[in-house]
Write a protein that binds this ligand. Structure first.
Ligand code: F6P
Length: 523
């Protein structure tokens, strides 16, 4: 199957995407739900390629695996766990069974407890919330709080993740310990960065007139460890091991978002996720948005070999989405063996990167347009902004978004480039100048268009990308839900800490590490 698709790619050669356009393409190569539109017409996928990609998904058993995931089967096979972040947003769905037990009563009870606690905090003297967590216990809520800032009517939320003391020092410096709530967010409650920052915050609060006994709460799967830290069970919001860290913002890890926008807004966010779940389970083939987003990704990475993809939200408030998606996609699908431990026959997931437009246009788009590597671009834009009095800004933003995908598609050939410099130069100099102004074009992009970045829409967008990662993982035959690749660095850092502190020797290390460990002695 991979070979068939690769043969198809070879046949396509340098066919221009523009040549694929007929009257129907714009609608045929798009997925429209009741709420959003995903346009992939500006890719080099034709009907036959799409059939091949759909067949690949069929052969990989995507639909059966999807049903197994929603049904609570242990599809995280290396850790023996179910994968049920979808249960966290199953607000009015049926029971979800894990090991013969319905998990929904527990999920809904925790959601109600969170809401009651959020109401209490929002009505109190607390002005600021500091979420201490890292990776999945940071990136999701941090991204969402920024994305939904027009809906914030609760305390200001700050996020501390890095073990670099500069991070926590810069955040706490601005805050009043007496009116600050600290959330310690860690699924395992063992992550060294988070626990180090939590202890530093506790000391700061104590030294500055706050009360860590009442102004700390915890989000974790470990009741024992949160109790050891001194946080009473009434202020611990737990979840189960079937929620992966990078998929956890729908439950307790989303508490900072709930504090910021209120329980009602948070539920709207969950409803958006649930809406995408329903769509993902019900829509067939080309009508299925996560499936098609994934197949476009597979086409670009595994078939055509493009090593990276750029996520380009024309939405300033989605500024942290690329970082969020980096963890979601790269921690999930950055694997080199399949579920049975065999090497993958194709590349793993791509490098994901990006920044909001229009800023990126004045920074790295040069390489996207004229560099020698093709970088598939994923544009995102809202039909309407929140700033009614600044509609002309939004119009300009949208125009820039569409102009970029058009420029990538069309490019500029040598004749047109010559016409831009004729009159200014002539002869050999005209040719030289024109050559610099040629854009290859024929560069693929997709565009996601949504009505407005509200909680319901953000929920849909995040669930869309989660399911995209799922589909790509199933097609690759990998386990998207473990992350052994981050363990080695953690182990070695723990072993090196006493060396850096001068309490142990590093003589067994390689020369470079040994030299680096001595660095503090040579300021
Ligand atoms: O380092 C990887 C990781 O395990 C992520 O998968 C996770 O999101 C992050 O660390 C934080 O883990 P925890 O929530 O347990 O502190």
């Amino acid at each position: 199957m991979w070979n068939d698709l690769k043969a198809k790619a070879d046949q396509i050669g340098d066919r221009h995407i523009l040549d694929l356009f007929d009257d129907a393409r714009a609608d045929d190569f798009a997925v429209q739900t009741q709420f959003m539109r995903f346009d992939y017409a500006k890719t080099n996928i034709d009907a036959a390629t799409r059939d091949g990609l759909l067949a690949l998904a069929d052969r990989a058993g995507v639909a059966a695996r999807r049903d197994a995931m929603f049904a609570g089967e242990k599809i995280n096979e290396t850790e023996g766990r179910a994968v049920l972040h979808t249960a966290l947003r199953n607000l009015d769905g049926g029971p979800v069974m894990v090991d013969g037990q319905d998990v929904m009563p527990g999920v809904l009870e925790t959601l109600d407890r969170m809401a009651a606690y959020a109401d209490e905090v929002r009505a109190s003297a607390i002005t600021d919330v500091v979420n201490i967590g890292i990776g999945g216990s940071d990136l999701g809520p941090a991204m969402a709080v920024q994305a939904l800032s027009p809906y914030r009517d609760g305390p200001r939320c700050h996020f501390v993740s890095n073990v670099d003391g500069a991070h926590i020092a810069d955040v706490l410096r601005e805050l009043d310990a007496k009116t600050t709530l600290v959330i310690v967010a860690s699924k395992t409650f063992t992550t060294i960065e988070t626990m180090t920052n939590a202890r530093t915050a506790r000391a700061w609060m104590k030294d500055n007139g706050g009360d860590p006994g009442t102004q700390f709460c915890a989000l974790s799967t470990s009741e024992e460890k949160t109790a050891d830290f001194g946080i009473p069970a009434s202020r611990v919001f737990g979840f189960e091991d079937w929620v992966g860290g990078r998929y956890s913002m729908w439950g307790p890890i989303g508490l900072s978002l709930m504090l910021a926008i209120g329980p009602k807004g948070f539920r709207a966010f969950l409803r958006g996720g649930q809406e995408m779940d329903r769509h993902f389970c019900a829509a067939e083939g080309t009508e299925n948005m996560p499936l098609m987003l994934a197949l476009v990704g597979i086409w670009h990475r595994q078939v055509l070999g493009h090593a990276t993809r750029a996520v380009l939200p024309y939405d300033q408030r989605l500024g942290q989405l690329p970082a969020y998606l980096q963890q979601l996609e790269m921690e999930s699908n950055g694997k080199s063996v399949d579920m049975d431990g065999n090497p993958l026959p194709v590349d793993s997931g791509p490098v994901v990167w990006g920044a909001p437009g229009t800023n990126g246009q004045h920074a790295f788009y040069q390489l996207i347009h004229q560099g020698t590597s093709v970088i598939p671009c994923e544009f995102m834009v809202a039909a309407t902004g929140h700033e009614d009095d600044l509609k002309h800004h939004h119009d300009l933003l949208v125009a820039n978004c569409f102009a970029q995908s058009e420029a990538l598609l069309r490019g500029r050939d040598l004749d047109e480039a010559r016409s831009k410099v004729v009159g200014k130069f002539d002869g050999a100099e005209l040719e030289r100048q024109a050559a610099h102004r040629v854009f290859a074009g024929n560069r693929p992009s997709t565009t996601l268009i949504y009505p407005m970045l509200d909680p319901f829409t953000l929920g849909q967008i995040i669930a869309l990308y989660e399911h995209r990662v799922f589909v790509e993982g199933v097609i690759l035959g990998i386990n998207s839900y473990d992350q052994w690749g981050v363990e080695l660095g953690k182990e070695l850092a723990t072993a090196l800490q006493p060396v850096i502190e001068g309490a142990a020797s590093a003589e067994d290390k390689d020369g470079s590490t040994l030299r680096a460990c001595r660095l503090p002695a040579y300021p």
